[in-house]
Design a protein. Structure first.
Length: 292
């Protein structure tokens, strides 16, 4: 695979007896995204450029037949070069394509993976990977970019999963006086920066929750995610695309409400309010995709 945001391998050395592997990359790095995500080094425009570039890499991987999956999109495994472009440099959980489908995970590895916040909750709950597992990981990275928060280190508690953390943050803002049509997860310091608009914040927040839907077949494709990001006001200076996107998501009828009823401007977080039969039906569809 040849992509400007995938690191180029120059060489490697493997010590079989000691199980040591050394690699040499062609990369002039600045730092990892993890080390910069909470700092003021990245402004709003740069954060959105990074989000779009990361989404395009995942779209590129998923356009192959069979598709490639990273299954662990983590900011510690994304390096920024001297021009602040993201470069993926670790693919230890890569599956699909010429690598083959790595659906099997040992019980020991599974027990470790389930505690990692960037791992798909679909895998945590069912023990198998979804064809859209990378969408979940991307959403967690995107939360970090817009919230200036990393799901690792001292500020992260293992018992709280990213969807629950994000929902708690969102509900706190609603209780503080925000209205649903202008409530989002964007960090206060980023709101004052050039290029930011509340509509973008609302659109990103909605997309994040859609990407973390437990029923993975209801998650957007990476192409849809890229299209959403490209439609943000920060990129095209127009509100038409993002307003159309929000109206489309607002047409979703929340489970349990009467037919035809809409929650205009609200998030309608389906992953936390779905009926059992909807979850079962979605899981069957995922299983069919996995088996094929």
């Amino acid at each position: 695979m040849n992509h400007p945001n995938l690191v180029k391998l120059i060489g490697y050395c493997c010590e079989v007896e000691d199980h040591h592997l050394g690699v040499v990359y062609d990369l002039r790095s600045k730092d990892t995204l993890l080390n910069l995500i909470e700092k003021d080094d990245l402004n709003w425009n740069q954060r959105m450029q990074l989000a779009l570039a990361i989404a395009r890499v995942l779209e590129y991987l998923q356009c192959h037949n069979p598709l490639y999956q990273l299954r662990f999109v983590h900011p510690a495994l994304i390096m920024l070069d001297q021009d602040s472009n993201p470069v993926f440099f670790d693919f230890f959980m890569l599956s699909g394509g010429i690598v083959g489908d790595k659906q099997f995970v040992s019980s020991r590895d599974k027990s470790h993976l389930c505690y990692l916040p960037y791992i798909d909750i679909y895998f945590n709950g069912l023990g198998v990977w979804s064809p859209r597992s990378d969408q979940f990981s991307f959403a967690v990275v995107l939360i970090g970019l817009i919230c200036k928060f990393s799901f690792s280190g001292e500020n992260w508690k293992d018992e709280t999963e990213p969807p629950i953390w994000a929902l708690e943050q969102y509900n706190m803002k609603l209780k503080s006086g925000f209205q649903p049509n202008d409530c989002h997860l964007v960090h206060e310091s980023l709101k004052a920066e050039p290029g930011f608009h509340d509509l973008d914040g609302v659109a990103l927040t909605k997309m994040i929750f859609h990407c973390m839907n437990f029923c993975s077949v209801k998650r957007p494709t990476m192409s849809q995610i890229v299209q959403c990001l490209q439609g943000l006001h920060v990129f095209n200076g127009d509100f038409g695309v993002v307003e159309g996107l929000l109206q489309g998501w607002d047409s979703y009828t929340y489970p349990g409400k009467k037919k035809g009823s809409k929650w205009k401007g609200c998030l309608k977080i389906a992953c936390l309010g779905m009926k059992d039969d909807e979850i079962d039906q979605g899981n069957k569809k995922d299983a069919q995709q996995i088996n094929h």
